[in-house]
Design a protein around this ligand. Structure first.
Ligand SMILES: O=C(O)C1=C[C@@H](OP(=O)(O)O)[C@@H](O)[C@H](O)C1
Ligand SMILES: C=C(OP(=O)(O)O)C(=O)O
Length: 425
């Protein structure tokens, strides 16, 4: 994919449905009793992997574009799959499904692509084993393939060393069928879509600071879910508008869950003009429009509790920081090293090719700005967020930028380039 320097980004656009919420809507719909109708579903490769795995577990699902109907099987209506469950590139699919399969009295095997094979799984397999599930995987349950034979579980009180919504969600799902009350505590609050959607599907849970508790033996009832636009996808456009002089862009209908809006805090802290208009609520999630206008940018520091609120936006935030006056420091973001790629290494390597002054640290990045970027031959490394961050960098470079392996974008944003072309030329 070739990206040319852009004109100002103006006008309004929408972005595809939220990836985290789309996964959860089909998954809870499958486990619920009755029908779940989903609109605004993200038909990206990751969410389609979740649908494929659920079909293999015997769940009837109709999907056409962003409309999905799930015929709920009920929690114990899943059946032993005849073949392996392939999660593709999706960490959310494998970790949330592991929590569900731990409750099921049959054998299943979870596999994924080469990236999934390198991502850590013991963070979910260890506590699920402690609840009573039989799980095996390479390196004592750390890596795929994961073989799971579930059954009756006992509740645990788990203190997670990482703020991870995937870990929290896996244990809450398992906890819904465990004997007793399961509690999950994390160092900082991660995205809470599972908690919100479980309540919408009729489950009870309590939230106390960074601890979530759920009692076992609960049923879910099918619902209508209208998935808001993905703020993580909107982020590429919001950052592009903040970067390109003369820009004035609105993204409509985007999810504004406070556990996800760290990108807006950073844009404001760096000096961009940001206006947020909350327009309503869908399935317990606030939704609205976000307007960003270009303005001179200043460096900022990003760490601590802010990190889980913008974890997937850090690659494009690094691009933003290359144009900010001063030194931007990103710390406490060691989780970036275990995403689709080691995003600390891939961001630093690729932006360096474009002339950025950027250093990788053990837990983040240090970026000096402002630094003019020049067009270069770059590589997404097969990581959707790296590819899209590089495309945004290409908009402000002084020549054409070539991005190898652009097909990775289909994981979370299949028509990213079409929508970018529409607002940036
Ligand atoms: O629960 C989710 O939907 C997600 C949680 C985050 O991962 P972790 O749980 O590993 O932090 C995030 O990076 C991922 O894109 C989606
Ligand atoms: C990390 C991501 O997703 P997952 O963990 O589901 O692969 C992402 O979308 O940036």
């Amino acid at each position: 994919m070739r990206v040319e320097p852009a004109r100002a980004l103006r006008g309004a656009l929408t972005v595809p449905g939220d990836k985290s919420i789309s996964h959860r809507a089909v998954l809870l719909g499958a486990l619920a009793e009755g029908r779940t109708e989903i609109t605004g579903f993200l038909p990206g490769a990751d969410c389609l992997s979740t649908i494929a795995c659920l079909r293999r577990l015997g769940v009837a699902i109709e999907q056409e574009g962003d409309r999905v109907t799930v015929h709920g099987a009920g929690w114990y209506g899943l059946r032993e799959p005849e073949d392996v469950l392939d999660v593709g590139n999706s960490g959310t699919t494998i970790r949330l499904l592991a929590g569900v399969l731990a409750t099921q009295p049959f054998h299943s095997v979870l596999v994924g692509d080469a990236s999934i094979a390198r991502r850590p799984m013991r963070r979910v397999t260890a506590p699920l084993r402690a609840m009573g599930a039989h799980i095996d995987g390479r390196a004592d349950g750390e890596y795929t393939p994961l073989a799971i034979r579930g059954g009756p579980l006992s509740a645990i009180q788990h203190v997670s060393p990482v703020a991870s919504a995937q870990v929290k969600s896996a244990l809450l799902l398992a906890g819904l069928q465990a004997d007793g009350e399961t509690a999950v505590t994390e160092p900082y609050r991660s995205r809470d879509h599972t908690e919100r959607m479980l309540r919408a599907f009729g489950a009870e849970l309590t939230v106390d600071g960074t601890t979530v508790r759920v009692r076992g033996g609960q049923r879910l009832i099918g619902q209508r879910v209208d998935v808001p636009g993905d703020i993580s996808s909107a982020a590429f456009f919001l950052v592009a508008a903040a970067l390109v002089p003369g820009s004035d862009l609105v993204v409509r209908g985007v999810g504004l869950n406070p556990t996800r809006t760290g990108i807006l805090d950073v844009l404001r802290a760096m000096g961009a003009a940001v206006e947020v208009e909350e327009t309503g609520e869908a399935c317990g999630e606030p939704v609205g429009n976000v307007r960003v206008r270009h303005a001179p940018l200043a460096a900022t520091e990003i760490g601590g509790a802010l990190i889980p609120r913008l974890i997937d936006e850090l690659p494009v935030i690094a691009v933003l920081a290359t144009q900010a006056e001063g030194t931007t420091v990103i710390r406490d973001a060691q989780e970036l090293r275990v995403k689709e790629t080691d995003r600390i290494a891939t961001v630093a390597a690729e932006l360096s090719k474009m002339g950025a002054r950027i250093e990788a640290t053990a837990d983040g990045l240090i970026i000096h700005g402002p630094t003019p970027l020049h067009g270069a031959r770059c590589d997404s490394h097969g990581d959707h967020r790296i590819g899209m961050a590089l495309a945004v960098a290409g908009l402000i470079a002084d020549g054409p930028t070539e991005i190898a392996r652009p097909e990775a974008m289909a994981v979370s944003f299949p028509d990213f380039f079409d929508r970018l072309r529409a607002v940036a030329g």
